[in-house]
Design a protein around this ligand. Structure first.
Ligand code: THU
Length: 160
C-alpha cells in the first residue's frame, strides 16, 4: 500500500494581498528582524504571534559564540508566550528574516527543531497554528496548519 500525505499552502504575490490582520502581523515580523542578535550568521530572523487572547508577541533569533547554544526566533517566541501568557494558544505566527549578507525576498520555513516545537504547542493547545512566511519583500506563503510541515511527526499521542 502506498499512502500520500498532501501538503497544501497558499501563495500570495505580496503583503497587499493579505487580510488586514495578517498584513499587520507580517509587517511587524519584517520590522522586528532588526531586534535579532545574529552577529555570527548575519541572518536575522523574526517570529511574531497573534494569540487567542488578541495579544501580539515577537521573538528573534539569539545566537551565541558557542554556536549550538543559539536559539531560533520561533522557539524564543514560543518560550515567551509560555512565560508571559501560560495556557494561551498561538493562532497565527508570521516569520520573516533579513539576510545582511544576501537576499531577503523569498519566504523561509521553520527548521526541523522549530517544526517539532510548533507541533508540540499545537498539540498542547489542541488547535492549529497558521503560518505566514515571507522575506522583507515578495511572495507570502500561508500554511493553515503548521503540523502539515512535519508529516508523521512524533507527539505525546505516541507515548500513550
Ligand atoms: N534561524 C531561525 O531563527 N529560524 C529559522 O527558521 C531558521 C534559522 C536562525 C538560526 C541562526 O541563528 C540563523 O537563523 C542562521 O541559521
Amino acid at each position: 500500500m502506498v499512502q500520500v500525505i498532501p501538503f497544501l499552502y497558499q501563495i500570495f504575490s505580496g503583503i497587499e494581498q493579505l487580510s488586514e490582520p495578517d498584513a499587520e502581523l507580517l509587517a511587524q515580523a519584517r520590522k522586528v528582524t532588526s531586534d535579532a542578535y545574529a552577529p555570527y550568521s548575519q541572518f536575522q530572523v523574526s517570529a511574531v504571534a497573534r494569540l487567542q487572547n488578541g495579544q501580539i508577541l515577537s521573538g528573534t533569533n539569539q545566537e551565541n559564540a558557542s554556536y549550538p547554544v543559539s536559539i531560533c526566533a520561533e522557539r524564543v517566541l514560543l518560550s515567551a508566550v509560555a512565560a508571559l501568557y501560560p495556557g494561551v494558544a498561538v493562532t497565527t505566527m508570521a516569520i520573516s528574516f533579513h539576510n545582511l549578507r544576501g537576499k531577503s525576498e523569498h519566504p523561509i520555513t521553520p527548521c526541523g527543531i522549530c517544526r517539532q516545537s510548533i507541533v508540540e504547542h499545537q498539540h498542547h493547545h489542541k488547535q492549529p497554528i497558521r503560518l505566514l512566511l515571507s522575506g522583507q519583500t515578495g511572495e507570502v506563503y500561508l500554511i493553515d496548519d503548521a503540523a502539515t510541515l512535519l508529516p508523521l511527526g512524533f507527539t505525546a499521542d505516541d507515548m500513550r
